[in-house]
Design a protein around this ligand. Structure first.
Ligand code: FE2
Length: 178
């Protein structure tokens, strides 16, 4: 592989050089929310998109990506990503907020839980062994850059089985983590 650069549009979150692109619609991930919304089932909106750089998943490389998590709620629970541990658990990840506001929910298998704010110019450090899920608590797309060891892999299954310890809701005009 040779050195390269990419251009990305911060407002749209689009990269000009693409590897995998993942699009998660409501019906793909509706099970992660605590309630089902029949209206959203019918409309099936895009909840988030992940644009990965064209990097192979091998040790020594760094994968980088841009995620665009759209604003919205399922009943009163904010739109969020599926969340995952890394398959190679001893691998960290860094996010840099570019647009919008939200929370990165982090938890360990031992039951530790930390909600970390993400917003433009804020860097979030997710240490090894911490699962991570992002929640958009704003009214615009939450766009963030991420980078992690390319061989880390994604373990979504554990989060599907365990869930996250807390959820984020809009209630009485405010954001509540419970
Ligand atoms: Fe990750």
């Amino acid at each position: 592989m040779k050195p390269f650069n990419v251009f990305f549009d911060v407002l749209e979150g689009k990269m000009n050089l693409l590897g995998n692109k993942t699009v998660r619609r409501y019906n793909d991930i509706k099970g992660i929310f605590c309630e089902i919304d029949p209206k959203l089932e019918k409309e099936n909106p895009v909840i988030y998109e992940v644009f990965e750089a064209p990097i192979t998943e091998k040790e020594g490389d760094l994968m980088f990506l841009i995620t665009v998590l759209y604003p919205g709620k399922v009943k009163n629970e904010f739109f969020m990503t599926k969340g995952h541990y890394h398959v190679i658990e001893n691998t960290a990840e860094i996010y840099l907020g570019l647009r919008g506001n939200g929370l990165v929910l982090c938890q360990t298998r031992e039951g530790d839980f930390e909600p970390i704010e993400i917003s433009p110019n804020k860097v979030v450090y997710i240490p090894p062994y911490w699962a991570h899920r992002t929640v958009n608590t704003s009214s615009e797309p939450l766009v963030f850059f991420g980078v992690y060891p390319a061989h880390a892999g994604h373990d979504y299954k554990s989060v599907e089985l365990e869930g996250f310890k807390k959820r984020v809701f809009f209630e009485n005009g405010g954001i509540h983590i419970k």
